[in-house]
Design a protein around this ligand. Structure first.
Ligand code: 6GU
Length: 231
């Protein structure tokens, strides 16, 4: 899968995507990420990419022309499954969306800064708008990294048995159960006996029960979802 990212802060994106699972996905060529500096399409001597808002108001807006030039250049090279704008007023990002996006081939991510991008770019090019939660970030870059990580780890061959996505929280609308490793007793706290029995059907049943209890306790909204696995 290939990601193109348009940003005014390319440095912010390279590091989070260069470790662990993401780096392995890239090394195996299962995931390719190209970061495009919007400044290269900026206007005039100063390569300007933003301007004041029409109608007044605090904060700068990212101009149409540099964004359009960057997007057009990329669209000439690739067919995109989605052109995504990362924005706090977008659709709230969920595992189901990550699952669906992971089936695509090419995604273009547009990171906004300042107050955001001119509405006309959204109208003209953007096919999907995503928010990663109800709080405001200074720009879309960290949100783009969240998308790439959450989608990248779902690509066939990226995870192994040890890191399998099938048992993740949210994958079946349940939070993950508690997990333990050695030692079997630490500061007087024992690992639940069931996990030491080797009785795998019983262990699986216990995990399911724990996952449901934890979800009931912390995220009851997941259990009452109409379209969820638990009705
Ligand atoms: Cl996608 N962008 C920004 N700037 N802030 C956010 C966000 C995105 N999602 C939540 N807050």
């Amino acid at each position: 899968m290939h990601f193109d990212i348009i940003t005014v802060l390319p440095e912010l994106l390279s590091s989070p995507l260069s470790h662990s699972i993401m780096q392995r996905a890239k090394d195996k060529d299962l995931l390719t990420v190209e970061i495009h500096d919007l400044r290269e399409y900026g206007l005039g001597k100063h390569r300007s990419t933003d301007d004041y808002q029409f109608g007044g108001g605090a904060g700068m807006v990212m101009r149409c022309e540099p964004l359009a030039a960057a997007i057009d250049a990329l669209k000439a090279q690739r067919e995109y499954d989605e052109i995504i704008y990362l924005t706090p007023d977008g659709e709230q990002y969920k595992q189901t969306r990550a699952n669906r996006l992971s089936l695509g081939k090419n995604l273009l991510l547009i990171c906004g800064h300042y107050k955001g991008i001119d509405q006309r770019i959204r109208d003209e090019y953007v096919t999907l708008e995503i928010s990663i939660g109800d709080y405001v970030l200074s720009g879309g870059e960290l949100a783009a990294a969240v998308l790439i990580d959450s989608i990248g780890r779902l690509l066939p061959g990226v995870l192994n048995d040890e890191t399998s996505a099938l048992t993740d929280s949210f994958q079946d609308d349940l939070l993950a159960p508690p997990i333990y490793t050695r030692p079997a007793e630490w500061r007087g706290h024992k690992v639940p006996d069931i996990l030491l029995t080797g009785n795998f059907p019983k262990i699986e049943a216990w995990r399911e029960e724990q996952a449901e209890a934890r979800t009931q306790e912390r995220r009851p909204d997941l259990l009452s979802k109409e379209d969820g696995a638990h009705g």
